[in-house]
Ligand binder design. Structure first.
Ligand code: NDP
Length: 469
């Protein structure tokens, strides 16, 4: 046995990850269910083939890896992972390590972690971000599992990860499903970030009547400022691209119904289950769901008439839209980090929040300049709501007025801005010392004798009497 690590599943992600591992100087055994694909993969590997050990049976694959073995699975999340673990278990030693690098639901990773503790071999779940390009040239890697698993493979994962000014974007974040939970929240934040960009695009397109090229140059300008990020950069490129067949802006010919693979939904569900607000992310997931109801939307337009009223270009400056995005972005990250913090408490996971902000600075879709400031703010106090960190509190003081202006403009003119308005509602609730939940408690006690606490006396379980008749 010569290989330092093994990988099963030479699909889009697995093939690229294997090449990345080989390029970083580690010898790696590879296996794919459809063995023809292994041949095709090797034929295209070029000089990296030297570091790759192709195998055609699981037995040969396992025999090719040095003990204690580490095996990465890059197969579709769900049943394929369980089936692959079951197939490997009888062939492996208890001290070997299986690493699920797919987009698993972290509850599955928690279960597999328990099964591994009972039946062996050891198990680790890692979130790998950055798509195909990330897998090949450096992803952000969010690892969860036993500490000794990280000791065994951390150096390989750090070597293949993206780097931010030389620092690897890979970290061990806690036990069991910690890594996959963080990857899920990363994707949830990605949904909200993308949706908010799409919403200001909508204000520019439908409200201000700007062309795609005009909008593209606004995004380009923003990418040189506080919003500097991969998503703003590619939004500019998307807006600036013309369809080679028709010459029309690409955006004008793309059908307005968005796909999803489920991780945004998982984040929203987790927020609800853990009792921590992820409302901007929920709004973004709901917006994708609404986008898919294209016939219903067309019917709605026929019945109610098309919004919006065309606005004067002076109705809102693009700098106000930029500020609104800044405020929305801060809220969406405050919610995402809040969710991670709550999961850490519930499961007893380490979850170093500043480290998470740092490993998102490169190799993933949500990489942005603002993550640097987030890492610093979380370093000061990881348990504090990000929007209360002095740096971000100042930013919100400067920008929440702009967010309010955009949401108000949208509301008055029929331009839907659901993620931005959720972010604004969150901000307004979180800066309201006395909320309206006293009314809810009054109602609950009226109809269900649920009892309430009083502001003027200690203790619980106070009741009416309520005025009747
Ligand atoms: P692909 O469809 O490109 O590849 C899937 C691979 O898994 C193939 O090698 C396939 O083998 C193998 N496979 C499928 N079913 C089984 C099974 N039942 N038993 C054994 N092997 C099986 O998928 P991706 O590479 O895109 O995705 C892999 C994982 O990475 C997923 O969890 C995905 O969510 C995650 N991911 C994907 C990203 C992306 O941008 N694509 C980004 C980040 C994570 P065969 O050739 O025999 O069919």
């Amino acid at each position: 046995a010569t290989a330092e690590i093994g990988l099963i599943g030479l699909g889009t992600m697995g093939g690229n990850l294997a090449l990345n591992i080989a390029e970083n100087g580690f010898s790696i055994a590879v296996f794919n269910r459809t063995t023809d694909k292994t041949d095709q993969f090797m034929a295209k590997a070029g000089p990296l083939a030297e570091k790759l050990v192709p195998t055609k049976t699981l037995e040969d694959f396992i025999g090719a890896i040095k003990s204690p073995r580490a095996i990465i699975l890059m197969v579709p999340a769900g049943e394929a992972v369980d089936a692959q673990i079951e197939a490997l278990r009888p062939l492996l030693d208890p001290q070997d390590l299986i690493i699920d690098a797919g987009n698993a639901n972290y509850h599955d990773t928690n279960r597999r972690d328990e099964e591994a503790a009972a039946k062996g071999p050891r198990f680790m779940g890692i979130g790998v971000s950055g798509g195909e390009e990330g897998a090949r040239f450096g992803p952000s890697i969010m690892a969860g599992g036993p500490a000794d698993a990280w000791t065994q493979v951390g150096h390989i994962l750090e070597a293949i990860s993206a780097k931010h000014e030389g620092t690897p974007c890979a970290a061990h974040l806690g036990a069991a499903g910690a890594g996959h939970l963080v990857k899920t929240v990363h994707n949830g934040i990605e949904y909200a970030d993308m949706q908010m960009i799409a919403e200001v695009y909508g204000v520019m397109r439908d409200g201000l009547g700007m062309t795609s090229a005009e909008i593209g140059s606004v995004f380009e300008t923003w990418n040189g400022g506080i919003l500097q990020s991969y998503l703003i950069e590619i939004s500019g490129k998307v807006a600036n691209t013309a369809d080679p067949d028709t010459g029309k802006p690409m955006l004008d010919i793309i059908l307005d119904t968005a796909g999803q693979k489920g991780t945004g939904r998982w984040t929203a569900i987790e927020g609800l289950m853990l009792g921590t607000p992820a409302s901007a992310i929920e709004a973004a997931v709901a917006a994708r769901n609404m986008s898919a109801r294209i016939d219903e939307r067309k019917e709605g337009e026929a019945v109610f008439g098309a919004a919006p009223v065309a606005l004067d270009k002076a109705a809102i400056a693009t700098s106000v839209l930029e500020s609104a995005l800044v405020a929305g972005k801060i809220v969406c990250y405050a919610q995402g980090f809040g969710l991670i913090l709550e999961a850490a408490k519930q499961y007893g996971w380490a979850m170093p929040l500043p480290e998470i902000a740092k490993i998102w600075r490169n190799g993933c879709i949500i990489r942005s300049a603002m993550l640097n400031d987030m890492a610093s703010a979380l370093d000061e106090d990881p348990a504090r709501n990000l929007m209360l960190a002095p740096f971000f509190a100042d930013k919100l003081k400067e920008t929440h007025g702009a967010l309010r202006q955009v949401v108000a403009l949208g509301a008055l003119n029929g331009l839907a801005v659901p993620a931005l308005s959720s972010a604004l509602s969150y901000f307004d609730i979180m800066r309201t010392g006395r909320s309206t939940a006293n009314m809810l408690q009054g109602q609950r006690d009226f109809f269900g004798a649920h009892g309430f606490e009083r502001t003027d006396k200690d203790g619980k379980g106070y009741h009416g009497p309520w005025a009747m008749g």
